[in-house]
Design a protein around this ligand. Structure first.
Ligand SMILES: [Ca+2]
Length: 344
């Protein structure tokens, strides 16, 4: 027994040494920036990126040291749901969101009807992501992505994003000088990564450019299209806060989630999607103690702060919100802000 354990420990140690030396090798083989950039430029030419864009955006580019230190220090410090909500769903965001809903009502209703997403949700994303377009980030997106693509930590991901960004410039949706965003490359009023822009951004005003930086019609439609592609259901809301029965935790194994096919990892900790009627039978009630709605929906229960915290019954749309940003607290904030915008 002891020999077997010793052998296992030795094997593990050998594996660790191997992994560490492979990492060191990867670090060592890192090309000087100029050589790496020359390869990127050659690839951009091969992909048909126009020479004027290459000359403007790539040839003079240098890494931004601050981007690397931001990337390294992305503290995943744990805020409770209450703390998170208090910071995101502020009175300012509610008041401003209501004013924006009124200001853009006609356009938002057109977009909402076209894509099948209620305006209050579109405005909630707009508000949480960029304070209704007030804060979109001032970093040169190409420069930020070059920095992160050169850095070995997530090089493959950011290199793909860099080439998507070059494609966007090549198609003329925005000029290099105006292609601004967050230090991690999220762009415009909807904070789309370039690959999301390529897939989901919309030209709703029909001027030939998908402009998520300055055209409200394109911003709203792009958010709505993203949700539509994530299987948004316009006949449902996001979910609601609920009361759980006294024996809920003791029985929790009965509705634990089987491995889910969802790109967002937090979904693995949600319960199964069960019909509302079944949750009603289990003893789940609305927060005021009344019966659950009788709609033929499925929903899962989440408790963002664990068994002692508040509980929420969440519908398919909650999972669509998680595709925008894979974090329970984020998705709950979108839902709560959308409810407040509607006057709840
Ligand atoms: Ca447009």
């Amino acid at each position: 027994m002891r020999t077997a354990r010793l052998a296992a420990v030795k094997c593990l140690l050998a594996l660790l040494i191997l992994v560490t030396s492979l990492q060191a090798l990867a670090q060592d083989s890192q090309l000087p920036f100029e050589d790496w950039l020359a390869i990127v430029i050659a690839e951009a030419r091969e992909q048909g990126i126009r020479e004027d864009i290459i000359q403007q955006a790539l040839v003079p580019v240098t890494p931004i040291p601050q981007v690397i230190s931001n990337d390294r220090s992305q503290a995943e410090f744990t805020e409770t749901f209450e703390q998170y909500l208090e910071k995101r769903v502020t009175q300012w965001r509610i008041d401003t969101g209501r004013a924006r809903l009124a200001q853009h009502r006609e356009l938002l209703e057109q977009v909402g009807a076209h894509y099948g997403v209620e305006p209050r949700f579109i405005v909630a994303f707009w508000g949480i992501e960029t304070n209704y377009g007030n804060f979109t980030g001032g970093t040169d997106v190409i420069r930020a992505l070059v920095t992160l693509a050169y850095d070995p930590r997530r090089a493959d991901y950011f290199r793909r994003e860099l080439f998507s960004a070059l494609q966007i410039l090549n198609e003329g949706h925005i000029t290099h000088a105006d292609m601004k965003g967050s230090w991690a490359g999220a762009m415009g009023q909807s904070q789309f990564m370039p690959s999301s822009f390529v897939k989901y951004a919309q030209d709703f005003d029909g001027d030939g450019r998908r402009d998520i930086w300055t055209t409200p019609a394109d911003v709203f439609a792009s958010i709505a299209q993203y949700l539509k592609a994530a299987e948004w259901r316009d006949d449902q809301t996001w979910g609601r806060e609920v009361q759980l029965p006294a024996d809920y935790q003791a029985r929790a194994g009965e509705w634990a989630q089987p491995p889910a096919q969802h790109s967002c990892s937090v979904v693995r900790h949600h319960t199964q999607m069960l019909p509302l009627a079944q949750w009603q039978q289990i003893g789940v009630r609305r927060i005021d103690g009344s019966d659950l709605p009788t709609n033929d929906f499925t929903a899962s229960i989440i408790q963002p702060d664990g068994p002692e915290g508040r509980a929420f019954l969440t519908y398919q749309n909650f999972r669509a919100i998680l595709r925008y940003n894979c974090a329970n607290n984020y998705a709950l904030s979108i839902g709560h802000l959308a409810d407040r915008l509607a006057g709840d």
